[in-house]
Write a protein that binds this ligand. Structure first.
Ligand code: V47
Length: 391
């Protein structure tokens, strides 16, 4: 490995990691520039195992998107309907309808309800409180991870009150944590080109700071694979690391692979497995103060997410019932879903240990000691064709 690390120009990064030193901007650029991905992965895996050993966190979760109406018009988004459009595609779930969606999973041990949506200027503050209360009342045993920093800025605007004042109310209504979305890429250039109408980068940080100060943990994301540059990604990661030094409020970093289908950027190619593994590995290496890095299988495929467990990821998200933000295969009629057994097979096939968590990374029960082999006699879930789609 030493030879390969030297050839990849990463022997200095290796030495820093062994000495427990923090990586800097130039190290980040070296990690992006080398074609020797296995060397990058080797280093990321050192950090992953130092933090989490073989443990791989997963969650039984459910996504609810309460409205697709959005006034931000982000060029990378295929989910939104414009506020005044007459094509009939826009929707808003009433709190009761959202609760009814959740009630469909009554028999399942869902631990996390992930609830995000577009920025719909018509929704009043009370709507958000009612939404949280209705969903929480339906599943008091599950935690609600809801509202990106962008949505929270809108909720404060709807309330006409400072965020610091309304966060305790949202928390009391059932908000346990916030997802990491809306961060995109912290670059003024990319903001201007792709998501000009959205809260600016500094705004995202201000909201995240307020959320953490209110005792609500969150995730952070990076949307990659569109027009961003390598140095913009390194700066993005270093900015987030800086905020984490200050607040210690982030639980997990989630690199999100851009899916161009049905967006204004359909001319761009989909990200490759090679690129997806690199993003996960570099995030693990630069974000030395983040407890977890997630391989969000729904965007990078279960096959690549499985490999990512050796490239820095220690979290594979979850069963993700009903993901609508992007549409797998570019159509609303196909949505990927994994059941818990399939998720466990992915993890154990590569020698990792599945650990069920809730939205706050509390471990649920005992880690499963049972090996995958004892359950499926040595054949992978993908090879058996058991990872499918529903629609
Ligand atoms: O903010 C939008 C991204 C995000 C596309 O915190 C797209 O655990 C790819 O943040 N291709 C919302 N991505 C989803 C999100 C998320 C997902 C899973 C887990 C967690 C977590 C957070 O999705 C948006 C945006 O960055 N997005 N359009 C697209 N075409």
């Amino acid at each position: 490995m030493q030879d390969q690390l030297r050839r990849a120009g990463l022997d200095g990064v290796h030495a820093k990691l062994l000495a427990g030193q923090r990586l800097d901007f130039d190290d980040g650029m070296r990690l992006y520039r080398t074609p020797e991905l296995t060397a990058v992965g080797y280093l990321a895996n050192l950090v992953r195992e130092r933090r989490s050993g073989a443990r791989t966190y997963y969650v039984r979760n459910l996504h609810v998107n309460y409205t697709n109406i959005c006034n931000k018009f982000c060029k990378f988004c295929s989910f939104y309907a414009a506020p005044n459009s007459t094509d009939g595609k826009g929707y808003v779930l009433t709190p009761e309808e959202a609760a009814a969606r959740v009630a469909q999973y009554a028999g399942e041990p869902i631990r996390e309800i992930h609830m995000v949506a577009g920025i719909n200027p018509k929704l009043p503050y009370l709507y958000y409180l009612d939404l949280l209360r209705a969903v929480k009342a339906t599943r008091p045993d599950a935690q609600i991870k809801a509202f990106t920093m962008i949505e929270l800025a809108q909720i404060a605007r709807a309330a006409r009150r400072p965020l610091a004042e309304i966060l305790p109310e949202l928390k009391a209504a059932g908000l346990a944590a916030c997802p990491g979305g809306g961060a995109e890429v912290f670059s003024d250039r990319v903001h201007e080109e792709l998501f000009r109408a959205k809260l600016d980068n500094q705004g995202w940080f201000d909201v995240a700071r307020a959320v953490h100060a209110a005792g609500i943990p969150s995730n952070a994301t990076l949307l990659y694979g569109h027009i961003e540059t390598q140095d913009e990604k390194v700066r993005h990661l270093l900015h987030i690391r800086e905020l984490q030094d200050e607040t210690v409020g982030f639980m997990c970093f989630v690199p999100l692979a851009f899916d161009p289908s049905n967006t204004e950027l359909t001319h761009l190619p989909v990200t490759t497995g090679y690129a997806n593994l690199r993003e996960i590995a570099i995030a693990r290496l630069l974000l030395d103060n983040f407890p977890h890095v997630k391989a969000f299988w729904i965007m990078i495929t279960p096959a690549v997410a499985q490999m990512a467990l050796w490239y820095g990821a220690d979290d594979i998200d979850g069963t993700v019932s009903h993901y609508e933000i992007t549409h797998a295969l570019g159509t609303t009629s196909h949505r990927q879903v994994l059941n818990t057994e399939q998720l466990l097979d992915l993890i154990t096939e590569v020698g990792r240990e599945p650990v069920e968590r809730d939205a706050l990374y509390n471990v649920m029960g005992e880690p499963r000691a049972e090996s995958r082999e004892s359950r499926v006699e040595g054949r992978g879930a993908a090879a058996e064709g058991r990872i499918g789609t529903w629609g």
